[in-house]
Every structure is written in structure tokens, then in C-alpha cells.
Design a protein around this ligand. Structure first.
Ligand code: ZN
Length: 899
């Protein structure tokens, strides 16, 4: 599962899940005390489900026969069914007649019971149901209708516990069974499910009935059906060394958009084969469909039928936007990895949902990065991960493996960026520590052993420990069962007795954080340069610290080999000086990024001074890798916004221009022939920074010129040749700033017909307008009915634009409820984060009161509200500690140099 556009939500340290909120998690019901999990004693074995789906109707109909096994005599069978009008309920013992039973939903979130006329069992029996229900369009879960391009589609979204909105059943991930699905639809429509079609029959009434092949055992949340006037592009993947059979793969898009599937189909094939090779296990299901739905906010890994928001999967083949291509590839790799981690092997309960997401993220990045190393996906991911590491230093950070006792717990967990990014990073840390081969062997054994069943973190850690030949579980558990991130403090000591490095650890805390102490056993891999060459050594650092004996005194060392460790680190000043002076030409891009990021982190925690940190970052401003150079850009932007007084902000602009203007290639907008992806990023990042932070007049003039040419087409369309897609949003935004309300008014009506990347640029430029004459209108753009629910407020927060976030926050006292109603339920919990930009202790009281009222009304917003408030405290603490040092550093750098 991925919510929102890949990775962008990670910037906020949070992603959020769907619907089902506002209800109490526990409701004692007679016979069961915890309504969240069904009692033991009944196990489903097989479902036969018939659904009648017609997007033109308000609801749907269904029948089901569910074979179950009772382990003890029972008269009441607990199961799920939510808001279903069940008009027939019966049971049938093997060889016996059908007899009527009574179905009742007993809790609002869909715990239900079937009462039999007499006690039966133990043994097998079949439950029969017939029902009808309304489509749940408003919450976009269960079976809902998606409208796009003037057509209507029926889509299923059953995560986390919403299959119960579509059919009665045992709606928990621990229950995996084969499903036989039949769907009846109007004859002109296509219908899709998890397996391939085996029979299609035309009915008298203009409908057709489609029967799909029996599935392998699946949990209810991964079942899928859809119906609508889709475009279909079919391909066949040839067998490979892992899969002996060909595999049918289809791209499925809303009508008229089939041509936008070509990138997905071209890219999906090699990614899938790479996953099969990595795992040495063939794709488990009979076929694979990539289904794009109109405004679905994210992607979902249904077995054999992955669902994507159209904007994530579909790309304009004539004007491809490089970043959209990367995120499409990454999301596809993530969702396909779920076919093994989630579908084939399923976490039995949501406590271990992090396993599914961490592995999908880990393998997704691994495979996509190996497919196109030049895209730099793994490296860019480290930049996103750094945000999660920062949030993990807060008191509001929560463990990624934690008890799940309520519906809000489920939503909160799946919506938590930590289970994706931290989980993936912890896996990568342990992969480095035990070695890639042992790590992969352990995972292969884990998947093979538990295929078609369920498995927990304990099973996974036991497999890894076996493969590594040592205990991995104890140390690993510390990272997933506790919140927080350790900081490793290292210093080298060379004397007559030999050479060694002392390591110690404690919890990393930025200034202002009230996070509690924690202890870990931290697997640290360090890189050394000795006189004889490079070496890597790994060590487990316990809370009391440890010393690593070395053969000789190192010239320098980096306590984060590969730059991937899930810990912060800081060196004693002499060791840091050696590293800065001698190591950079030997370090990989990820390792240089680790140097830059950890310098910043140490400064924020008060472990390093402001000036020395900035000097380290300035030395990396010319780094050939954009992500490394960008750490300094971010520090300058932070200083401009939060550390320097308004009157001193021109200092930040001057320094920004001085440091980054020399790296601009040409005007920055024109891609040279044959430009590769690293060069593209190295060109784009300074353009954005110079335009927005440095406010460089020449760059802004060029941006405005191109933005106008992009917008200024009399027929109301855009001219994609005027500016490359990756700079279109910036250019349009600056053009609006220069031209003012006239251009704004001309662009607004285009919301009615603009699609794809151009739409994303348009929405962003309209929402970000911050000139005095437009800020008010931009601030209330979210009310515009031409915006889609996923676009209201959300793109603003998504792009982490500080102006938009502050404007959003200022409206909250009056308009919070309308804002919450305007955005999709799956994203609403993100709203409190808008407060985080305040960075002023004097505003803290007001923010506490406001968010306190918000949380009282929307309890599921508690975690994001807490994080936002803590963000203000941390930012204010940094300002208090470092603003004077920042001012003198910027004055020193901005001073004209006399030669
Ligand atoms: Zn996922």
C-alpha cells in the first residue's frame, strides 16, 4: 500500500490511511469482549462469491457460500458484515439440507453474528448469504464508484477491514482461503478480479456473467473486483529462469487513457522479473493486472490486480516527466514486491503490518534502483529517510511494531511513514551487518516456508538468525519495538598500546525534544582508510559502549559504511577534521550524503556548532551529486525562514546566490543533449533553489518568461514545449507572481479540463501564489469545486510549501471542519501538520489550544497534532540556540571578498 504520491508524504513523516474512523475501537459484545478480533473456534476454508455490479446503480447485490470449519460445537458464529442488507442467511451441513439462520450486524464497524437454530459442530459446514448494499462512494472503501472523464467505474478497496462492506466474511488477515469469484456486469463493461477470466456468459438482460479462476489462499483485504469501460493493453511476459510459464500482464486504464500505460507496461516487466530473481520464487498468481483508477489516492497491492491512482501510473507518452516516471516505477516495484510480502506471506495481524510495508519498500527500492541506477532512487530515498530519522528523535515518535487494539490503531499504523521508511532502513542496516547473501538466503527461506500462509516478525527474525548463523532478533527487535533512533559517538585512539575506535550510543534528540532515553544494541559498520588501503569493519554497539581494535591507526574513518545505517553519528572533533580533509574523494555519494546529513543532525542536537556545520556543508555545495549539494541548500532555506530575523533575510539570499549560482548550467532550464539523470538533477535543484530561496533576478526572469509561454495559449491549453515538465510548476508559479490577478483569472477555468502533469503544475501554481493581491484567493482555493478531493489542501502540504502551510494554519480556527470535510478521509489526519511551520515559542500556546480542540473532535489526529506541536518546540529551540551564530556566519560568508 502506498498513500499519496510515492515518497512525497514521507517528507511530512507521515502517510495516512482510510476511513472507518470516528467510532470507538472496542465495544464489548456479548460472547466476545474485544470486537476488533473475532474469537477463535471458526475458520473459513473457501468462499464462492457472486457480485452484481453496475456503476449506473446506487448499490450492488451479492450472494456467497462460505465453507467453514468449527473446532467446537457452536450455535453462534461471529464474523463481519458492515452496512449490508442481508436478506437471506442459511447454513448447510455436509449432505444435509439448507436451513435458515439469522444474520445481525452488532457493532458499527461490522462485527456480526449468525445465529443457528440449533447447536452444530465440530466439523465443516457452509454458510449462505444474499445481500444488497449501497456503494460507499463517500469513503472510497469497500465497493465504491470512481468518476473520471465522464464515465463511472466500480472499484474495490478492502484495506484494512473494508471487505466487510462488500460481503459477509471473516475479515481479518489471519484468515486466508481460496476464493471463487463471479461478477455480473452490463455486457459492454470490463470486469477485473484477482485471477484470470475462465468463462464469460451473456445473459438475457444485456448483462454478462464472468467467472474467474479459483485464487490461491488470500486474506480478504487483498481481494479485488472492478467494473467499468476500461481501456486494456495486454502483454505476455515470457518465462524466465525462475518462472517456467509465460505470464499474462495487462495495463488497465480509464477509457481514453490506454495510451498512457506504455511506460508502466515497459517498466513493470523487467521489475517483475528482477523481483522473481531476487526471491528465486516465481510470481505467485495466475496473471497480473495494473489497474489505474481516476482519483484513487495511492496504490494498493491486491493479489494479481494492483490498483493505482491514475496520476501515479499513467504518463503522457509525448511529454514524459522524469520524476513522475521514477515515482511510477518505484510504486510499481513496491506494489509488486507485496505480491510476495503481504499476499503470498501475510502478517497475521496488523501489529506486524510493518513487515509487509518495510519489505515492499526495501525490495521495491532495491529492484528499481538496480533497474535504472542512474535515476539515483536509493540515494534520493536517503534524503526522505532523513526526515523520518528527524521525526524519530521526537517524543511523539512511536514504535513501528506496536499493539493494535482499535480501529484507529490500524489506521494510525498503516498511515505511519515510519513503517515504510524506518522499517526499510532497519532492514538495510541489518543486511549490511550480516551480509547481503545471508540476508537474502534468510528471506528466501522465510517466504518459501510460509507461502500461502501467515507469518510474523518472529518467524522472519528466526529465519534471518538461521541464515546469519547468529542471533539477529534481539538487536533487530530493539529497532522496531521501541521508538527513537540512536546516535553513535565515535573517537579513534592510537597510542603505544595499539589502535582502536571507541563507540558509544544514546538516543538521538534534537534540542527541544522531550523524548525519553532508550537503549539499543546498534549494528554499526564503519569504513577505514589504513596505509594499506580501505577496509570495512562491523561491530555491535551496546548501551555501555565498546572498543573496536584495529590493526593500525586509520587515516580517517566513517562510522556509517555505505551511508545506510539507521542511526545518527558524530565524531570527536579531530576525527571529524580528518574525515573532512582526507576522505571525501574516497566516499560514495551515499556516504557523502551521510556526512552532510549527520553534520546537520549533530548541529540540531547541540552536538556540533553552527558555523562548523555550515562550513562542512559549504565544502559540499559543489558536490557532483545533487542530493549531497542540496543539504546546504536546505540549511540555508531553514536559516532564512527560521533562524534569521526578517531584516537579515537578504543575507541568506546573498549567500545562497554566491554558493549556488556558479553551479548553474546555462540558464538552467534547457536540458543539454544527452543529459543523464544525475546531470538533470544537478541542473534542476539549483534552478529551484535560486528562484525560490535566493530569489535570483535572472533565474526568476527566465522562469517567468517560460511560465508565460507555457500558459499563454489562446485555446486554453498549455504549451508543453515552453518549459520542461519538471520545471513547469515553478515557472508557472513565478509567472503568476509577475503577472498577478490577470493571469490567475485566466488560468483558473483550466481546472475544468487540464489533466496529468500539467494539472499538477497548475494546481500547485494556483495554490502557492503568495503576492499580496493573490494570497487570499490562493489560501481559499481548496474551496473551489473544480479541485478534486485529493487536490484540496493536500498538494500544498505535499509539496511542503511553507507559505501554503502557514496560510492553511491561519484558516484553521475558523474553517477546520470544512477543510476536514473537503479532503479525502484517507488524508485528513495530515491537516494538523500545517501548524509545524510556526517555529515560534510565543505561538505555542495558541497552537496547543487550537490543536487540542481539533483532537477532541478528531481523535485520530492526535499523533500528527503532537508531532506538529513538538516540531514548533524543536524549531523554536534551534532558533533560540543558533540564531546569533547563524547571523554571524551569514554575515561572514556574505561579506564581499577583496582579492
Ligand atoms: Zn505497501
Amino acid at each position: 500500500m502506498i498513500f499519496g504520491r510515492c515518497c512525497a508524504l514521507v517528507v511530512l513523516g507521515v502517510v495516512l490511511a482510510c476511513a472507518g474512523r470516528g467510532l470507538a475501537g472496542r465495544a464489548p459484545v456479548d460472547g466476545i469482549t474485544d470486537a476488533l478480533q473475532l474469537p477463535d473456534g471458526v475458520r473459513p476454508i473457501h468462499y464462492a462469491i457472486d457480485l452484481e455490479l453496475d456503476p449506473a446503480r446506487e448499490g450492488f447485490r451479492g450472494t456467497a457460500a462460505i465453507d467453514i470449519e468449527l473446532s467446537a460445537p457452536a450455535r453462534v458464529i461471529w464474523l463481519h458484515g458492515r452496512d449490508l442488507h442481508v436478506h437471506e442467511c442459511a447454513f448447510e451441513l455436509p449432505g444435509g439440507p439448507r436451513a435458515a439462520a439469522v444474520f445481525e450486524q452488532v457493532t458499527p464497524f461490522g462485527v456480526a453474528r449468525v445465529t443457528l437454530p440449533r447447536t452444530v459442530g465440530p466439523g465443516r459446514m457452509t454458510l449462505h448469504f444474499a445481500w444488497d448494499a449501497a456503494f460507499s462512494d463517500a469513503v472510497q472503501t469497500g465497493l465504491f464508484r470512481s468518476r473520471t472523464g465522464g464515465e463511472v467505474y466500480v472499484i474495490a478497496e478492502f484495506l484494512s477491514a473494508d471487505a466487510r462492506r462488500a460481503f459477509p466474511g471473516f475479515d481479518e488477515p489471519r484468515f486466508k482461503t481460496p476464493f471463487d469469484v463471479r461478477v455480473t456486469v452490463p455486457a459492454a463493461l470490463l470486469t477485473v478480479s484477482n485471477e484470470r477470466t475462465v468463462e464469460e456468459s451473456v445473459l438475457q438482460n444485456g448483462s454478462k456473467r464472468v467467472r474467474f479462476a479459483t485464487t490461491r489462499p488470500l486474506p480478504t483485504y487483498l481481494l479485488f473486483v472492478a467494473a467499468g469501460p476500461f481501456d486494456v493493453i495486454a502483454r505476455t511476459l515470457p518465462p524466465n529462469e525462475v518462472r517456467g510459464r509465460p505470464l499474462a500482464v495487462r495495463g488497465i486504464a480509464p477509457r481514453g487513457r490506454g495510451r498512457e500505460l506504455s511506460f508502466a507496461l515497459e517498466t513493470g516487466a523487467p521489475l517483475l522479473a528482477a523481483l522473481e530473481r531476487w526471491l528465486a520464487i516465481p510470481f505467485p498468481y495466475g496473471k497480473l493486472d495494473h489497474v489505474a483508477a481516476g482519483d484513487y489516492p495511492g496504490a494498493k497491492e491486491n493479489a494479481g490486480a494492483i490498483l493505482y491512482g491514475a496520476d501515479l501510473l499513467l504518463l503522457d507518452p509525448e511529454h514524459p516527466d522524469e520524476e513522475s516516471r521514477h515515482s511510477a516505477a518505484m510504486v510499481m516495484a513496491h506494489e509488486m514486491a507485496h505480491q510476495w510480502f503481504g499476499a503470498l506471506v501475510t502478517a497475521p495481524w496488523f501489529t506486524d503490518a510493518w513487515l509487509n510495508e518495510s519489505f515492499a519498500q526495501f525490495l521495491g527500492y532495491r529492484i528499481a534502483d538496480e533497474y535504472r541506477p542512474a535515476w539515483g532512487l536509493a540515494l534520493n530515498h536517503l534524503t526522505d529517510l532523513d526526515k523520518i530519522m528527524t521525526a524519530d528523535g521526537f517524543a511523539s515518535a512511536r514504535a513501528i511494531r506496536r499493539p493494535v487494539k482499535s480501529f484507529d490503531d490500524i489506521q494510525g499504523l498503516l498511515g505511519d511513514g515510519f513503517i515504510y521508511e524506518k522499517g526499510m532502513a532497519v532492514l538495510a542496516t541489518f543486511e549490511r551487518w550480516i551480509g547481503a547473501e545471508a540476508f537474502r538466503a534468510g528471506l528466501r527461506e522465510y517466504v518459501r516456508t510460509h507461502a500461502d500462509g501467515t507469518a510474523s516478525a518472529d518467524d522472519m527474525l528466526a529465519a534471518l538468525s538461521r541464515a546469519a548463523g547468529r542471533d539477529v532478533a534481539t538487536s533487530f527487535r530493539g529497532f522496531v519495538e521501541k521508538p527513537g533512533i540512536p546516535v553513535i559517538m565515535a573517537r579513534a585512539a592510537c597510542d603505544a598500546h595499539g589502535a582502536r575506535v571507541y563507540f558509544s550510543e544514546r538516543r538521538y534528540r534534537p534540542r527541544g525534544s522531550k523524548a525519553l532515553d532508550e537503549e539499543w544494541q546498534v549494528p554499526v559498520c564503519a569504513r577505514f582508510e589504513f596505509d594499506g588501503g580501505m577496509a570495512e569493519r562491523c561491530v555491535l554497539v551496546p548501551p555501555e559502549g565498546t572498543a573496536l581494535e584495529l590493526p593500525e591507526c586509520p587515516r580517517w574513518f566513517l562510522p556509517d559504511a555505505g551511508g545506510i545505517g539507521y542511526y545518527r553519528w558524530t565524531l570527536a572533533p579531530p576525527d571529524q577534521a580528518e574525515l573532512n580533509a582526507r576522505a571525501m574523494t574516497h566516499l560514495s555519494p551515499a556516504e557523502r550524503l551521510s556526512v552532510a546529513r549527520n553534520a546537520r543532525a549533530a548541529q540540531r542536537a547541540g552536538l556540533a556548532g553552527y558555523a562548523e556545520t555550515m562550513d562542512t556543508l559549504v565544502a559540499l555545495a559543489g558536490d557532483p551529486v545533487a542530493a549531497v549539494a542540496a543539504v546546504g541548500m536546505e540549511a540555508i532555506r531553514d536559516a532564512r525562514d527560521h533562524l534569521l530575523d526578517g531584516a537579515d533575510r537578504p543575507l541568506a539570499e546573498t549567500v545562497a546566490r554566491r554558493l549556488y549560482r556558479p553551479g548553474l548550467r546555462g540558464d538552467g532550464f534547457e536540458a543539454p543533449n544527452g543529459e543523464d539523470e544525475p546531470a538533470r538533477r544537478r541542473r534542476i535543484e539549483p534552478v529551484r533553489f535560486l528562484a525560490e530561496v535566493a530569489r535570483d533576478p535572472e533565474v526568476r526572469r527566465e522562469a517567468a518568461r517560460r511560465g508565460l509561454a507555457f500558459a499563454d495559449v489562446p485555446d486554453g491549453r498549455f504549451n508543453p514545449d515552453a518549459v520542461a515538465a519538471d520545471l513547469a510548476a515553478l515557472a508557472l508559479r513565478i509567472a503568476i507572481e509577475k503577472r498577478g490577478p490577470a493571469l490567475y483569472d485566466a488560468l483558473l477555468p483550466r481546472l475544468e479540463h487540464t489533466e496529468g502533469q500539467e494539472r499538477a503544475s497548475l494546481v500547485y501554481a494556483l495554490a502557492a501564489a503568495d503576492s499580496p493581491s493573490l494570497a487570499g484567493r490562493a489560501g481559499t482555493l481548496w474551496r473551489d469545486p473544480r479541485l478534486r478531493p485529493t487536490e484540496r489542501l493536500f498538494p500544498a502540504l505535499l509539496d511542503y510549501d511553507r507559505g501554503i502551510m502557514l496560510r492553511t494554519y491561519r484558516q484553521m480556527p475558523r474553517d477546520f471542519e470544512s477543510m476536514a470535510a473537503a479532503v479525502p478521509a484517507s488524508l485528513v489526519d495530515i491537516l494538523p501538520l500545517a501548524a509545524r511551520e510556526l517555529c515560534d515559542a510565543r505561538e505555542l500556546t495558541g497552537a496547543r489550544q487550537l490543536l487540542g480542540r481539533v483532537v477532541a473532535k478528531y481523535p485520530s489526529m492526535q499523533p500528527t497534532a503532537a508531532r506538529a506541536l513538538e516540531g514548533i518546540e524543536v524549531c523554536a529551540a534551534e532558533r533560540h540556540a543558533d540564531s546569533a551564530a547563524a547571523k554571524s556566519w551569514f554575515e561572514r560568508i556574505a561579506r564581499p571578498t577583496v582579492e
